[in-house]
Design a protein around this ligand. Sequence first.
Ligand code: IMP
Length: 426
Amino acid sequence: MSTLVVVGSQWGDEGKGKITDYMAQEADVVVRSQGGNNAGHTITFGGNKFALRSIPSGIFNPKIKNVMANGMVIDPKQMLEELHGLEARGIKDYQLFISNRAHVVLPYHQQLDGAMEKFKGDKKIGTTKRGIGPCYADKANRIGIRIADLIDPIAFKQALKDALTIKNMELQMLGEKTFEFEQIYDEYSKYALEINPFVCDTSLLLEEEIEKGSKILFEGAQGVMLCLDHGTYPYVTSSSPTGASVPLNAGIAPKYIQNVLGICKAYTTRVGEGPFPTEIDGDIATYIRERGHEYGTVTKRPRRVGYLDCVSLNYARRVSGINYLAIMLLDVLSGLDTLKICYAYEMDGKIINTVPASLLEYEKCKPLYIELPGWQEDISKVTSFEELPINAQNYIKKIEELTKTEVAIFSVGPDRLQTIKLKELF
Ligand code: IMP
C-alpha cells in the first residue's frame, strides 16, 4: 500500500482540489476525512469546470473508491444536490462510500451558525454559514446525529427529538426561528433513504484497501492555518485539516501515513477574518486577485491577498508533517517586477520565526521580506522546471531553501495538463 495526504498549508483555497484530482489519476481510493461543504474544490479538465464541496475529488474516475470518512460533517441535502448536479453533467459511473460514523449537518446548525455570527457582530469569524461549527460542537457535546442514526428511522426519531429540544432553546435565546420536529424528520428521512446505499463502515473498507496494497489519497479540506488546534484560533474552522488528523478522522493507524504534500499558493490568500501578516492592498493585490480569480468558490467573497509567508508555511510544515510542497498558481505572478517572500516576523523589536499563539501578538507581527526579481513571460504553457524563466526557477528554489522542503509539483494554470510533477509521490 502507499498513502499520500494532500493538505492545504495556508488558509485554504490553495488548489487542493486540482492536485487531488491530478494525483487521483494514480490512486485507487480518495478519502475526505474532515470538514464538510464549507470546502470548495474546483477541478478543471477537458474544458469543463466542476466545483466540489463535500464529495471527494476522485468521483470523476469510475475506478476510484471515494470515501467520506468518519471525521466529516455531512449535509445530506446539499450532498445529494451535489451528486445530482454531477449526474446531470454525465458523471454517473462512480463509487461512493459514506461513513456511518460521520455527523449530520441539519438545518438548525446552519441557522445557529448565522445567528452566532450575527451575535458576535464585529468579532464574527466570517464562517461559510454552512453549519459546520455548530455540527462539530454538537458532536463534542454528545448531542450530534450520525449517519448511522439518520438511516435508522427509530434512532433518528429519538436523536432528533433530543437534539431539537436543546437546539430550539438555543435558537429562542438568540431570537431566531425554531424548527418543527416533523418537518425535519420527514424531509431528512427521504434523504436517508437516498444515501443509505452508500453508507458503510469506511474504516473497515480502508483496512481492506491497505491490506490489498492500494494507493490511497487523503484529500484535506481548508488549510493548516485554519486548524482548530494549530490555526489562528478563534478565526479557524472546527476541525483539523492537518496530516496528523487523518488517522483519527479516517479510522486508520498513524503508521500508514507516508507522504504529506503541502499545497501552497505562490502567494497567500485568506477569506474571513483574522490576522494575516503579509496581506497587501492596492494595485498589486488587485492584480493578483484578478489574475488568480481570488473569489470564494462557496461564498464568492473576494479573498484577501498577500505575499508568500514562509513563517506560517514552516509552521504548517511542522504541525502537519509536510514533507513535500506543491506550488500553485505560479503563473499568476507573471508580470510583476519584484516579488517578496516573508522569511521572519518582527514583533516588539524581536525577530520571530514561528506563529505566536496569542492573536494580539500575531496582529503585531510585521513581515520581514526578501525581494526577488519577478518575470514577465507567460509561463502557462511550460512543461518542465527548466522551461521556466530563471527568475521563476529562483523563486521556487528560494521557497525550498526557506522551508527546507522539496517542491514536488508546481502548477501554471487550472487544467490538469498545466501541472508539472518533479517527484513521484505514490
Ligand atoms: P467555517 O468552516 O464555515 O466554520 O468557517 C470558519 C473559517 O474557515 C472562516 O474564516 C471560513 O472562511 C474558513 N473556511 C472554511 N472552509 C474554508 C475553505 O474551504 N477554504 C477557505 N476558507 C475556509
